[in-house]
Write a protein that binds this ligand. Structure first.
Ligand code: RET
Length: 225
């Protein structure tokens, strides 16, 4: 069951990777080609990490649980890139984007500590990680949104769609964690793997697809912040 969902996620990432790679080639030397290129590297990295989990290279039994820590190596790289991508679309100041990316890396690494730790301290690290998460959500709703408002209507509406998708999907992660094997054991490892697989595909492939579907002209404008 678990292995099956890891394969589904891997295949989803590979398909996304090929799609974004072809899109980046089609947009080469054009402004805005960084968007499909970013999604290409995001899905490439996720595919590689899913393969390591399928092959058992980033899976370790800890405290009687099978821990798939490869996810955190995936997320530590790809989630900051997703925030960069939406930050460029919002036209946010680079220093602020860097700050939010830093908070995000903090969230993922403290989430990894939570995953490796036994109760009760795992919950303490979950709360610490969630604090950083709330700061990221706050910045999306304030600084990012204010900055996007000052851009043209099409870029602003693309930003709003992406922001809403991002918030809805990302909120599910700490919930899955707390319900899953690392937390209260309400859902099995198989279900947890299924949830993360669907979320990861939507947050990476789905998100990237919405970005590139905005069209070359909008992406070229979004690129000039
Ligand atoms: C953890 C557990 C600790 C508390 C919090 C978490 C949040 C994780 C998030 C992950 C997002 C991943 C994405 C992957 C993309 O493909 C680490 C689960 C707050 C928000 C978007």
């Amino acid at each position: 069951m678990t292995q099956f969902w890891l394969w589904i996620a891997f295949i989803g990432m590979v398909i996304g990777c090929i799609y974004f790679g072809l899109k980046a080639i089609a947009m080469r030397r054009k402004e805005g080609m960084e968007f499909p290129l970013e999604s290409f590297f995001i899905t490439l990295w996720a595919a590689a990490l899913y393969l390591t989990m399928i092959l058992g290279e980033t899976v370790t039994p800890i405290n009687g649980q099978t821990v798939y820590w490869g996810r955190y190596v995936d997320w530590a790289v790809t989630t900051p890139l997703l925030l960069l991508e939406i930050g460029v679309i919002a036209g946010l100041r680079p220093k602020l984007i860097a700050g939010v990316m830093g908070a995000d890396i903090f969230m993922i690494l403290t989430g990894l500590v939570a995953t490796l730790e036994a109760p009760p301290y795992n919950y303490l690290w979950w709360i610490i990680s969630s604090g950083a998460f709330l700061a990221i959500l706050g910045s999306l709703l304030t600084e990012y949104s204010a900055s996007a408002k000052s851009r043209n209507g099409r870029i602003n509406s693309l930003f709003q769609t992406l922001r809403n998708i991002l918030i809805l999907l990302w909120i599910c992660y700490p919930i899955v964690w707390i319900l899953g094997a690392e937390g209260f054991h309400v859902i099995s490892v198989g279900w947890e793997t299924l949830c993360y697989a669907v979320l990861d595909i939507c947050a990476k492939v789905g998100f990237g697809f919405v970005v590139v579907s905005a069209g070359n002209e909008t992406l070229a404008q979004a690129s000039n912040s």
